[in-house]
Design a protein around this ligand. Structure first.
Ligand code: NDP
Ligand code: 2IT
Length: 448
């Protein structure tokens, strides 16, 4: 669909001309500008006052060298990034991704999405994203430690508990956050909530580990319930087997769903008896091995090489929780043909535009990432609050706040979609509802 506003169409063209090598960022920006056209048509001051031009340009991009030594004494030099996208409603906030595919386009699209997501949580957090093309896979703990320390030796200059608060993302979990926090603490001689996703013994929040996956299911549950459906008795497919996928599987199962397939970047397992999550946790969290191992220990399951065919398994609910553009138009058509009634994005931008279009046209419920996976950053913001208070809440307290945040978020997105004449379109509803608070803050500050 084209952007129904002439200025925004031109802005999209300028974005592409200015940075032609950023396809992921173009994809994210096009979707948002398309959704925001009716808002700009109703409020021309947003264009006149420069809000729209500023919205698509990060406040600051930091790019740096990360040298480190492996266990054999060889020197490697990776590239580090932190993109501080928008601080209109709070300190920059967003994860760090360590994966060989990381480049400026990927960090920029993630930072841009984070802007709206963080606003949707209703909490005072701006947006940012960072990371490196370093691959933690197959590295020893000492190598990961040296890499994280070198990364922080540069990053510490730009972050702070009231300035920019990074967290985890792909390839950055509790181990990496520990090394990063330790190095920040050494360098700055301060113990503050400068990172979230910390270990429970040094300022982490209960329920942060579970938050993205649980939040995804709370959001989906609200969406299903509005349509007279539920997880109860539904067959569920989840891609990925990392942090988000694992806790989505846990909550979907608690809500009565039966998860029959999960994956990693090499392939997927199909277990018609239902995924044994304790075994997945043992293989992925404890042993850091490949998901293929699952079939050695659970003979009822089958392993298939390659990821894309996971979506051809019949299911009612699909939760893509691995990475961007992992579910394409063809996969969407397979899901629809097999009777899938809901797709909810746990990963950031896992569905291609063709997939989203097919899903929406078929009348399948669709929960976009920036709304559906906001539970992780929401609990990160609750971790910041607890750190500031030098106090910690119980698991039940954090989980119940998370549930309320996801329910409110769902209703805000759904109401915004209805208000702008697109009932049921949560893509438009989430983009609009996330945008309005930021736009009003940016207008209040004036241009520079
Ligand atoms: P993890 O590193 O814990 O897990 C990532 C999972 O996705 C792994 O199973 C990994 O497989 C798989 N994966 C990664 N890259 C690819 C690829 N190119 N193709 C196929 N599979 C892939 O990351 P998270 O679970 O934290 O993140 C997953 C997604 O959720 C990302 O899109 C992230 O941005 C998003 N997200 C994360 C949040 C969080 O709180 N952690 C919050 C909101 C969104 P393998 O082990 O083989 O690499
Ligand atoms: O994409 C995301 O929202 C995250 N990776 C979590 C960010 C955070 O700051 O907790």
């Amino acid at each position: 669909m084209s952007i129904q506003n002439e200025y925004l169409n031109g802005l999209m063209e300028r974005i592409i001309q200015r940075d032609p090598n950023e396809p992921e960022f173009h994809q994210a920006a096009r979707e948002v500008l398309t959704s925001l056209a009716p808002v700009c048509n109703a409020r021309p001051e947003l264009i006149r006052e420069g809000v729209m031009d500023c919205l698509v340009e990060p406040e600051r991009t930091i790019k740096f060298r990360v040298p480190w030594e492996d266990d054999q004494g060889n020197i490697h030099v990776n590239r580090g990034y932190r993109i501080q996208f928008n601080s209109a409603i709070g300190p920059y906030k967003g994860g760090l991704r360590f994966h060989p595919s990381v480049n400026e386009s990927i960090i920029k699209f993630l930072g841009f999405e984070q802007t709206f997501k963080n606003s949707l949580t209703g909490l005072p957090i701006g947006s940012g994203k960072g990371g490196s093309d370093f691959d933690p896979k197959g590295k020893s703990d000492s190598e990961v430690m040296r890499f994280c320390q070198s990364f922080m030796n540069e990053l510490f200059k730009y972050i702070g508990p009231d300035t920019d608060v990074p967290a985890g993302d792909i390839g950055v979990g509790a181990r990496e956050i520990g090394y990063l926090f330790g190095q920040y603490k050494r360098l700055c001689n301060e113990f503050t909530g400068v990172l979230t996703g910390k270990g429970l013994s040094y300022g982490g929040s209960l329920a942060r580990k579970e938050a993205t996956g649980y939040g995804l299911c709370y959001f989906t549950d609200n969406m299903l319930s509005d349509a007279g459906r539920s997880f109860d008795g539904a067959t569920v497919i989840i891609s990925g087997s990392g942090n988000v996928a694992t806790y989505a599987c846990e909550k979907a199962t608690q809500l009565g769903g039966k998860v029959v397939a999960m994956s990693d970047s090499n392939g997927y397992v199909y277990d018609k008896e239902g995924i044994d999550l304790a075994l997945i946790k043992q293989i992925k969290e404890v042993e850091r091995k490949r998901i293929k191992e699952y079939v050695q220990r659970k003979p009822s399951a089958q392993y298939f090489e390659g990821c894309s065919k996971i979506w051809t398994i019949p299911c009612h609910i699909a939760l893509p929780c691995a990475t961007q553009n992992e579910l394409n138009g063809e996969a969407a058509k397979a899901l629809i043909a097999n009777g899938c009634f809901a797709v909810a994005e746990g990963a950031n931008m896992p569905c291609t535009p063709e997939a989203v279009e097919a899903i929406q046209e078929a009348g399948v419920l669709f929960a976009p990432a920036k709304a559906a996976n906001a539970g992780g950053v929401a609990v990160s913001a609750l971790e910041m609050s607890q750190n500031s208070m030098r106090f910690s809440w119980s698991f039940e307290e954090v989980d119940s706040r998370l549930k309320t945040i996801m329910t409110d978020l769902y209703h805000n997105a759904s109401n915004a979609a209805t208000q702008y004449g697109m009932p049921g379109n949560l893509v438009a509803g989430a983009n609009i509802s996330g945008f309005l608070k930021i736009a009003d803050s940016m207008l209040a500050y004036g241009l520079v």
